[in-house]
Design a binder for this molecule. Structure first.
Ligand SMILES: *[C@@H]1O[C@H](CO)[C@@H](O)[C@H](O)[C@H]1NC(C)=O
Ligand SMILES: *[C@@H]1O[C@H](CO)[C@@H](O)[C@H](O)[C@H]1NC(C)=O
Ligand SMILES: *[C@@H]1O[C@H](CO)[C@@H](O)[C@H](O)[C@H]1NC(C)=O
Ligand SMILES: *[C@@H]1O[C@H](CO)[C@@H](O)[C@H](O)[C@H]1NC(C)=O
Ligand SMILES: [Zn+2]
Length: 430
């Protein structure tokens, strides 16, 4: 009897952690590009088999984060010692953390009503869409932009108070499946917009009258669902790759602007696999098809990712070039970050990804400017700074939403001040 109870306990407590038995999250400190090359040499054969997952490439402080299976840790730690690399174990047992947070989530979901402040499943998000449509039928609708590889509906929310010739805003979450704080933040922001308009907040009423909103909390529904059913730390989409057992393309490496450059792996087993060619993935194509026909009406493209606490201006793909309006976009990013920091005194930075983190090519935000020509293309890396990484505890969902909403508002206010009274394609005031 005791045995049976023990077995049951073990099984039920392994729902989230089972794929990551005793994995360790490790932060390494590299002093130079050469040192990182030596790290990659150590990791190469494990990366090919998807045994090790690079959570974050070296940032401007030389810190990179890895997920290493428990049974490989000693071997790899020895090799790190041999090349003189310093590292810290940031999470000693990832499976235990996943299971602890899972227990917290179950409690949290029991104690809290509604969808805001939670990590909802894709189906729960679609059910919320339906409720919103019913409750606010005059101005909230859903828009199906296609199907996913596995045949799910790829659904966005469309908020429009009517009228034509309006500027459009696009908000994107969960392009990377495991970044759960991203859709949760998109939901928080959407709720603020809706409540603000429904309650007659004068500023939000003005925004709603001037702008149409396309909100896609889950850009990668197959991957996102897979996190709930199979592997909480899944990143890519779920399309099998020909000639390998490895599944999935990194959807944020598959966009057509500067596709296939640095930070986008040609190896299908890599977690940053760029795909066979630009826009090979149906989820990316769906978003391209949503935006491109009316690209010149889109004024703001906001992509939420995690983690890192950064607000990125273009470009992601190179440190050698910036758009001609870089100073203006960077200044706005700094103002957004000041507003974000002011809410909970959480540290965020503004700048380009190559400056603050690392370069990566084929991103949606680069595409938004480089191909679609959208004036305000930003990517925010939400909480945290590596303490919990992708496994952010539920009590941080609302605070992350609150601070991100503050940054989001700064950008919308700028758009309103520059574009009010000017119809697309503009130009708006300089
Ligand atoms: C929709 O309206 C019902 C009835 O008033 C309410 O219970 C529900 O919370 C509302 N849902 C949303 C998402 O606004
Ligand atoms: C992958 O394999 C399928 C089935 O054999 C084939 O239809 C498809 O064209 C292949 N794709 C590529 C990019 O080779
Ligand atoms: C990704 O982008 C590349 C280059 O544009 C494209 O050839 C490929 O089919 C796309 N899809 C995937 C899954 O990489
Ligand atoms: C991350 O932030 C927490 C709380 O703000 C802080 O205590 C911790 O030192 C930071 N860790 C890193 C690696 O920056
Ligand atoms: Zn991401």
């Amino acid at each position: 009897m005791i045995l049976i109870v023990l077995v049951l306990l073990t099984v039920s407590s392994l729902t989230f952690g089972n794929r990551h038995n005793r994995d360790k999250a490790v932060q390494v400190r590299v002093q130079s590009a050469d040192e990182w090359l030596r790290v990659e040499n150590v990791l190469e054969k494990y990366l090919k088999k998807q045994d090790i997952d690079i959570w974050a490439y070296p940032n401007h402080n030389g810190k990179a984060n890895l997920l290493i299976p428990g049974d490989l840790f000693n071997v790899i730690a020895n090799q790190f010692d041999l090349i003189g690399l310093s590292y810290d174990v940031t999470v000693d047992d990832v499976s235990r953390l996943l299971d602890d947070i899972d227990v917290q989530l179950q409690e949290w979901n029991k104690e809290h009503k509604g969808i805001v402040g939670k990590y909802p499943t894709y189906d729960e998000i679609l059910a919320w869409f339906d409720e919103l449509k019913t409750n606010y039928s005059g101005w909230i609708d859903t828009l199906d932009i296609g199907n996913t590889y596995d045949g799910r509906i790829h659904r966005s929310l469309k908020i429009s108070t009517g009228g034509t010739g309006k500027w459009k805003v696009y908000i994107e979450g969960a392009m990377h499946a495991r970044e759960w704080i991203s859709p949760a933040t998109v939901i928080y922001i959407t709720d603020q917009l809706i409540q603000g308009y429904a309650n007659g907040d004068p500023e939000i009423v003005e925004w709603m009258e001037m702008l149409d909103w396309y909100i896609l909390p889950v850009a990668n529904p197959d991957g996102y669902d897979y996190c709930f059913t199979d592997d909480r730390l899944w990143r890519k989409n779920r399309r099998p790759n020909n000639g390998t057992n490895c599944v999935g393309t990194d959807l944020n490496r598959n966009w057509s602007y500067q596709w296939g450059g640095v930070g986008a792996d040609p190896d299908p087993c890599s977690n940053t696999y760029r795909g066979e060619h630009a826009e090979s993935e149906v989820e990316v194509q769906n978003i391209v098809n949503l935006i491109m026909p009316e690209a010149e009406q889109f004024i703001y493209y906001m992509a939420y990712h995690s983690w890192g606490q950064q607000f990125f201006t273009r470009w992601d793909y190179t440190a050698d070039e910036v758009p001609s309006d870089h100073e203006q976009l960077l200044d706005l990013a700094h103002r957004a970050v000041n507003a974000i920091v002011a809410v909970h005194d959480m540290y965020y930075e503004a700048g380009t990804a190559p400056e603050l983190m690392y370069a990566f090519s084929g991103s949606s935000a680069d595409w938004a400017r480089g191909v679609a020509g959208i004036k305000y293309p930003y990517l925010e890396e939400l909480r945290d700074n590596g303490t919990y990484s992708f496994i952010l505890p539920p009590e941080q969902i609302v605070p992350t939403g609150e601070e991100s909403w503050a940054g989001f508002q700064v950008v919308v206010r700028e758009i309103v001040s520059k574009c009010s009274g000017i119809s697309p394609p503009g130009p708006c005031l300089p």
